[in-house]
Design a protein around this ligand. Structure first.
Ligand SMILES: NC(=O)c1ccc[n+]([C@@H]2O[C@H](COP(=O)([O-])OP(=O)(O)OC[C@H]3O[C@@H](n4cnc5c(N)ncnc54)[C@H](OP(=O)(O)O)[C@@H]3O)[C@@H](O)[C@H]2O)c1
Length: 363
């Protein structure tokens, strides 16, 4: 009876808060992408409409949003087959902030709670805004041990690694995993997820990243600039996650696998083929191209081959939060910018002035 009373009270509070909030958050600040191009096309607007929430959606008062390579690529026209007819769009996938309002069917979160999460790669209304909207299954409680800036760096990259290692390759304790490009956010997440799962991990990375890889539990970290990766990496692997996905890394990644192993690349060609040939032709072409490689490598090497993509995974996000709070998963943030300096932040990423994670802060 007491529980029922609390639940009714809570829902009543939420709906009152939501009504109050809806009356003055009809519009908010957001970074708009009116057309594809360089950082100069980004526009900070103060009066962008905030749509009404659907029953399963959560309105998040954003405090920090991280920049992913997908953001700068989308800004330049990657994914134009989907996004061009919908311009202007809002960039950004990751967010950390507080719940400002919830849709009628949302049960896992309450107004005022600190949360973090990431939108699906094809979401139109991104997170570079004071008020982001995410489906309930793409957002959960923020790791309490992390600041908003630190938390915002994690979900998109870690869920990409989760999808590959946990959902696709189904890694298990004792397996040997090679992460090509462990220095990046996805690669570093993959190393930490694999170590936490009891796997033996080797990686390739830049010289500056070697110590960080070893501290995170990698047993071998090879500098891909100074060393010959094919000679330096020891032994064969059950799983290779290739975050770089150029012909050279694909060739040696596949050669490093045991028979029955699994090669996954983050550089699938679905979006670029759809951009070149349109969705109707490009997507079947992409399916055909991936299938051709799957058949080829099954016969030549006896391995599984896949293009892997970030996907929302509610259970995965909760596990990622637990690993963060246990001190087993973290992505270092190199620099923060206020959201008003979003153009400078994109220039810094485009020109590789800042190699690591960049986060935009919203006060
Ligand atoms: N398919 C998907 O759904 C999906 C999702 C997320 C990301 N991605 C893609 O995956 C890639 C990585 O994303 P991210 O967020 O991890 O990017 P990121 O944080 O910017 O990492 C890039 C890192 O790659 C490393 N690197 C570059 N060339 C290398 C090479 N030849 N060998 C080894 N390491 C190399 C560099 O690390 P060092 O500093 O150690 O040199 C660089 O810092 C991007 O291309 C991104 O677009 C795809």
């Amino acid at each position: 009876m007491e529980m029922m009373r609390i639940s009714i009270h809570r829902r009543l509070l939420c709906s009152v808060y939501k009504v109050v909030l809806r009356s003055y958050v009809n519009s908010c600040r957001a970074v708009l992408l009116p057309r594809f191009g360089g950082p100069e096309v980004l526009q900070v607007h103060s009066d962008v409409p905030v749509p009404d929430l659907k029953p399963n959606e959560v309105l998040v008062r954003s405090r920090a949003v991280s920049i992913n390579p997908l953001d700068t690529r989308m800004r330049s026209g990657y994914g134009r087959s989907i996004f061009e007819p919908l311009l202007p769009i809002i960039l950004g996938r990751d967010v950390s902030g507080e719940v400002a309002a919830i849709g009628a069917s949302v049960r896992s979160l309450v107004v005022g709670q600190e949360v973090f999460g990431a939108l699906h790669p094809t979401a139109i209304r991104g997170t570079y805004t004071d008020y982001a909207i995410l489906p309930e299954n793409e957002v959960t409680a923020k790791p309490s041990s992390l600041s908003h800036v630190e938390a915002s760096a994690i979900p998109f990259a870690a869920l990409t690694a989760w999808r590959a290692l946990k959902s696709t390759a189904r890694i298990s304790e004792g397996q040997r995993i090679l992460v090509v490009g462990g220095g990046g956010a996805v690669g570093f997440s993959a190393i930490q997820l694999a170590v936490a799962a009891g796997c033996h991990v080797a990686t390739t990375c830049g010289r500056e990243s070697v110590d960080r890889m070893l501290k995170a539990g990698a047993e071998q970290a090879v500098d891909y600039v100074a060393e010959d990766v094919e000679l330096a990496i020891r032994g064969k692997f059950d799983v290779v996650l290739d975050t770089i996905g150029v012909p050279e890394t694909e060739r040696y990644g596949i050669n490093f696998l045991k028979r029955g192993g699994h090669y996954m690349t983050l550089q699938g060609e679905a979006a670029s083929l759809a951009d070149n040939y349109g969705l109707a032709i490009g997507l079947p072409l992409a399916k055909g191209a991936e299938l051709k490689k799957q058949i080829k490598y099954r016969y030549s090497h006896g391995i599984e081959y896949s293009w892997t993509y970030m996907r929302a995974d509610f259970e995965g996000l909760i596990e990622i939060r637990k690993l963060c709070d246990a001190g087993r998963l973290k992505i270092p943030v190199d620099k923060t910018f206020p959201i008003t300096q979003v153009k400078d932040a994109h220039v810094a990423k485009d020109k590789k002035i800042i190699p690591g994670k960049v986060v935009l802060e919203l006060s």
